[in-house]
Ligand binder design. Structure first.
Ligand code: HPA
Ligand code: ZN
Length: 351
């Protein structure tokens, strides 16, 4: 910490406004999950795609999820409207503009190429469209952007291997690989070879684990896939030895509070286990996951979490914001500059 921060003098209302204005990184956002219903219908009309929902309201009514799979069914239907490079560009550009309003200064966005290539959309269309929006966000919004290619774990490893090879002409456009989609019954070890291949290629490694799946999935993501961050990871608390290891190794957890409530991982935000994760010394970050589907972007996640959990302190807020930079895949120099900006915002509070 470069500047003294008077945490004890930060009032609750002030803390909520600090959460909004503080610079932050978002490390767990599926770009297909940022497609708002209005844009889904606009793209469907433009591309002549027929949706199984009559209108925006009917689609929104389908956002009553009972678990991860019930969400994924709607999420894949929504993604079916994406056809051209311009569509991927429009989707990502909308997210970048929205994220910048939440004072996100750096984001690492997941994309699911198999969702598109399986419908006959070329890999290049997906990556070039996302990259065009990312370059524009860097130029016009001053937002730093990295892409992470995710494998769909309900498909087999050969499909993932072929997907990685198909993306290699655009190797310079993504920094890492991840693992998402239906967790139960699809443990990380199913993807050991493709993660080893990605590692050989110098890609950074992350995986969803311990959202619905057991702590054993977090262990195999660490030991067999050799991931550097765990997406969600909230079920680690069931395994004290694993918690001790995650704390010791400072493995970042990209936690998504509103997502966890929408997908019934926790009953409500007041029962989220983030206070326990922090008390265990874990490197927790706050993220939106699929903001168009789960009722909020990253600041909504921060503010609603702190409103629901009075035990969370200004020190916790600072720690999670700082963790977002420390856990990011950028040069240490950039991390240091953003942490200085964060310190400046927090230190501006007069004792
Ligand atoms: N979990 C797993 N897969 C996903 C998610 C999620 O929350 N969102 C989009 N794909
Ligand atoms: Zn996710």
């Amino acid at each position: 910490m470069t500047l003294p921060i008077a945490f004890a003098h930060i009032s609750r209302p002030h803390l909520l406004s600090l959460l909004r204005v503080a610079p932050k990184a978002e490390l767990h956002i599926h770009i297909e999950g940022s497609l708002e219903p209005e844009l889904i219908f606009e793209l469907a009309a433009r591309n002549g795609v027929k949706l199984p929902y009559a209108d925006v309201e009917a689609l929104r009514r389908a956002y009553a999820f009972t678990n991860l799979q019930s969400f994924l069914d709607v999420y894949y239907a929504g993604a079916s409207v994406l056809i051209t490079e311009a569509d991927f560009d429009a989707m990502a550009w909308a997210y970048f503009q929205r994220a910048a309003r939440d004072n996100v200064v750096h984001c690492e966005i997941f994309f699911d190429p198999q969702t598109h290539t399986a419908r006959g959309i070329a890999m290049g269309v997906v990556i070039r469209g996302l990259d065009a929006a990312a370059r524009r966000a860097e130029a016009e919004l001053g937002l730093s952007v990295r892409l992470i290619l995710c494998f769909l774990r309900h498909l087999d490893e050969d499909d993932a291997l072929a997907t990685l090879e198909a993306a290699l002409p655009w190797r310079d456009k993504f920094v890492g690989v991840g693992l998402d989609s239906s967790e139960m019954g699809h443990p990380p070890e199913k993807f050991t070879r493709v993660f080893a291949r990605a590692r050989e290629l110098g890609l950074r490694l992350v995986a969803h684990a311990g959202e619905e799946g057991p702590p054993a999935y977090i262990r195999s993501a660490l030991d067999l896939l050799r991931v550097e961050r765990v997406d969600h990871g909230v079920r680690c608390l069931e395994d004290p030895e694993l918690v001790a290891r995650l704390a010791r190794e400072r493995v970042p957890l990209t936690v998504c509070p509103l997502s966890n409530v929408k997908l019934c991982v926790f009953d409500d935000l007041g029962h989220h286990n983030i206070p326990a994760l922090l008390a265990a010394g874990l490197c927790v970050t706050i993220n939106s996951d699929d903001p168009a589907y789960f009722g909020g972007y990253v600041n909504d996640n921060f503010v609603q979490l702190f409103e629901s959990l009075p035990s969370l302190t200004a020190r916790d807020a600072y720690a999670m914001l700082r963790n977002s930079f420390e856990g990011s895949f950028v040069e240490d120099e950039d991390k240091g500059l953003w942490i200085e900006e964060l310190d400046t915002v927090f230190a501006a509070i007069e004792p």
